[in-house]
Design a protein around this ligand. Structure first.
Ligand code: HEM
Length: 474
């Protein structure tokens, strides 16, 4: 069974640091006090007013990257915008990204920054800070160590090959839906040792509700509203996990979920059952939604740029193995270039949300304590000082000769940076490359042209029409 091979290794998990409250953390205490204080005026920070009450919400929904570029041109790298019921300050240069993500003075809180989704993701790792975040992260990291990733890769080769073989050939089908359920099945299987049957569709539906709720305008707990649907979705997901607790406790499975559950029973550990459930929901959510967005964009761009489709096919076909192993990953420079350019132009997470605890100065502006301060990933990826012709889709900018991304460590941040840098960065790469390996070596991909305008921007880039795709065996 794959659960053995994808073992998170209980011994490792247990040794990875006991989940015990550390000695008082002054930064955490300061942050907790702060959340009850109101925001000071941001009148002195430049920014467009937008419409009464809703501010720039519709501009951001319509085309967030275009909005960021417009505001950057008008106001420079620091600007404010009101959207989704609150005003944030956006920071669009590498110095600000470095300051906020390295967070040396512990002045930027992720828990407060992402507070708008706390009603959905509760105590998940992203909603933790400083020493508390560190101890939880140390435990979760065990699920992404090299030997564990190697076993994930073995399983993914089997699962993705089988999944692709089950897709219709010659007939156009909605790629996004097939892909999303395949990736959710993979995540459930690898992180939970669960083979999803009929419940797969229902789980998927509830994850979609969760995703849509993250950007819902009105946070009313009333039937029909996106927020309500998302909250109901998380109730369903959590109760689905809770139903499995008893059987897991007595099982010899050693997947991530079961191992965390057993840890929560360890008298030496303070991790609670609620925390295990919250970490698992966030992990499953993060594991398949961002990757669905990325792979949909990759496939759509491969269809729009058939010469790149051919180039990647050639590179992947040069490998003589039946499966793609982790060792070969670094020998795919052209696939890397294409993957990186997709993440630069269309990052699934276009802003990293933080809130400052204390007042600070940046770029000549005083930023009051308790201000929502967001790292503007979308703008960093299109900043004219860091990229040539930034709006052009040009994978070769990542080639060894041009290496445009190497000017500064903080100009290209699709996976964030610092303490909260994406835990699944390697997993995302493995999953994407293995899927492309099995797909491109065996099939030609075609989709109606001129597709980019058919993608949403919020909550992340996703095809509005499910991405109609025709695959033809080569
Ligand atoms: C292309 C795919 C992905 C992208 C673009 C992406 C992007 C990101 C970004 C930008 C963050 C940082 C958020 C912040 O600092 O506020 C993040 C965090 C995170 N990601 Fe990903 N992610 C991807 C795939 C995955 C996958 C596959 C997993 C799990 C298997 C995952 C798990 C996580 C977790 C658990 C965190 C929170 C880490 C922490 O708070 O310490 N991500 N991701």
């Amino acid at each position: 069974m794959h659960t053995q091979t994808s073992s998170t290794d209980s011994a490792n998990l247990k040794n990875s640091g006991h989940i015990k409250p550390t000695t008082q953390d002054p930064a955490l205490e300061a942050m907790r006090k702060l959340s009850r204080r109101p925001n000071e005026s941001l009148m002195h920070i430049p920014g467009s007013k937008g419409l009464p009450v809703i501010g720039c919400t519709f501009d951001i929904i319509k085309d967030a990257p275009a909005f960021m570029q417009r505001e950057f041109k008008k106001h420079g790298p620091v600007f404010k915008a009101r959207a989704f019921g609150s005003t944030s300050v956006y920071f669009s240069d590498v110095e600000a990204a470095r300051l906020m993500l390295l967070n040396k003075d512990k002045n930027f809180s992720s828990e407060l920054g992402w507070a708008s989704v706390a009603g959905l993701l509760r105590t998940g790792i992203l909603l933790r800070d400083f020493s508390d975040h560190r101890v939880h992260r140390r435990v979760l990291q065990q699920a992404f160590k090299r030997p564990v990733l190697e076993s994930y890769a073995q399983q993914l080769n089997k699962q993705l090959r089988k999944g692709i073989e089950s897709w219709p050939q010659q007939d156009t089908f909605k790629f996004q839906h097939k892909l999303k359920s395949l990736l959710l099945d993979n995540a459930a299987s690898l992180f939970m040792g669960a083979e999803l049957g009929k419940e797969s569709d229902l789980l998927n539906k509830n994850f979609v509700a969760l995703l849509n709720a993250t950007v819902s305008l009105v946070r009313w707990e009333l039937p029909g509203f996106a927020w309500h649907k998302g909250r109901q979705g998380t109730v369903y997901l959590r109760s689905w996990l809770e139903q499995q607790v008893d059987s897991r406790m007595n099982s010899d499975k050693d997947d991530f979920f079961t191992t965390l559950l057993k840890l929560s029973q360890d008298p030496e550990s303070d991790m609670t059952l609620k925390e295990v459930i919250d970490h698992t929901v966030l992990l499953l959510f993060a594991a398949h939604d961002t990757t669905t967005s990325t792979i949909c964009t990759i496939v759509s761009m491969l269809c729009e740029h058939p010469h790149w489709q051919e180039t990647l096919r050639e590179e992947l076909s040069q490998l003589t193995t039946q499966d793609l192993s982790i060792e070969t990953f670094d020998n795919l420079p052209l696939t890397d270039q294409f993957f990186n350019e997709v993440l630069r132009r269309y990052p699934p997470i276009f802003v990293v949300l933080r809130r400052c605890i204390n007042e600070f100065e940046y770029g000549g502006f005083r930023i009051p304590a308790n201000t929502q301060t967001n790292v503007n990933i979308s703008m960093l990826h299109h900043h004219p000082d860091y990229w040539s012709n930034p709006l052009k889709f040009d994978p070769e900018r990542f080639s060894a000769e041009r290496a445009e991304h190497k000017k500064d460590m903080f100009q290209f941040l699709p996976f964030g940076g610092g303490a909260h840098k994406c835990l699944g960065i390697n997993f995302a790469e493995i999953q994407t490359k293995i899927l492309l390996f099995h797909l491109l070596r065996n099939f030609k991909l075609e989709t109606p042209i001129g597709r980019r305008n058919k993608f949403t921007h919020l909550p992340m880039p996703l095809p509005k029409d499910g991405l109609p795709l025709k695959i033809t065996a080569l």
